[in-house]
Design a protein around this ligand. Structure first.
Ligand code: LER
Ligand code: MN
Length: 273
């Protein structure tokens, strides 16, 4: 398993669970110094950072791009895949597609979290799930040309009602009828929704494609009461080789959260291996 740390460049997401903010070069430098393998980028859109600039930074600091978030489509542009208005749904898919193109050129998948939207009010569950399945199918097939999957993230009940558990996430994947869609296991959401996090990871098996490595209170791993040993054992049992990416609050500050993540990562994976 490999380590990654989040960087947000999205003003509208301020206060959200991202370690580094605003200063991409500075964040890359600290990520490298602390020994991270990769960064996960949450950007306002595909034009926020020139690909050549990102390439130079990644090369300079010996980092990979683990994944790109698409949530700015929601927090900044108020778009998602289950809005009642067809034109808004089309724009949401176009935004995600542009982020797939951006990440794809670095071999990094895009993540669909808050862009999945939710059902309710005027849209019933079956209709919303139909729209989501169709969009995920098209977008996952688009991602295929870069040799990367599309990553779908179940969220806790306060953020979506489309899928809140791995079991429901697997149903969403199966409705989308593509083998290029994987699940993101975010331990913060799982702590709220799963009966047994390790069992859920085992049930996800080869469909677990990315992990948000975070504690129960959304601080860095080790700063809450998550029991990591069974989680790491479950990830090993399914032969998970992807990233443990710190999508955590910048607490006590960015460097502190990043350092604590690496302490936990090394304790659980390097010392414990
Ligand atoms: C949101 O709670 C989250 O976990 C993100 O990864 C998705 O946008
Ligand atoms: Mn997450």
């Amino acid at each position: 398993m490999k380590s990654a740390v989040t960087i947000s460049l999205v003003n509208e997401a301020r206060g959200g669970p991202f370690v580094f903010w605003d200063d991409l070069p500075g964040a890359c430098r600290v990520a490298r110094e602390l020994g991270f393998d990769a960064i996960e980028l949450f950007a306002p859109g595909p034009d926020a950072v020139e690909p050549a600039t990102l390439r130079r930074l990644l090369d300079e600091y010996g980092l990979k791009l683990a994944a790109v978030g698409t949530g700015a489509g929601w927090v900044k542009h108020k778009l998602n895949l289950c809005l009642p208005d067809a034109e808004a749904r089309r724009k949401a898919a176009a935004f995600i597609r542009s982020m797939i193109d951006y990440g794809g050129s670095f071999g990094a998948p895009a993540i669909i979290g808050s862009m999945q939207g939710c059902w309710g009010d005027t849209i019933d569950a079956a209709t919303a799930h139909g729209w989501l399945a169709e969009a995920l199918h098209d977008l996952a097939e688009h991602a295929r040309k870069y040799g990367v999957p599309l990553v779908y993230e179940p969220l806790n009940r306060y953020e979506t009602n489309m899928a809140t558990t791995v079991e429901q996430g697997l149903q969403v994947i199966s409705r989308a009828r593509t083998d290029n869609l994987v699940l993101l296991a975010d331990l913060f959401h799982m702590n709220i929704e799963e009966v047994d996090i390790a069992a859920a990871l085992r049930a996800g098996g080869s469909k677990i494609g990315h992990v948000h490595f975070v504690d129960t209170n959304r601080r860095a791993a080790g700063l809450g009461h998550m029991e990591y040993a069974p989680i790491i054992a479950a990830l090993r049992s399914i032969d998970y080789q992807g990233y443990l990416s710190a999508e955590v609050l910048s607490w006590p500050d960015a460097t502190g959260a990043a350092m604590q993540t690496m302490v936990a990562f090394n304790k659980l994976l390097v010392a414990g291996s």
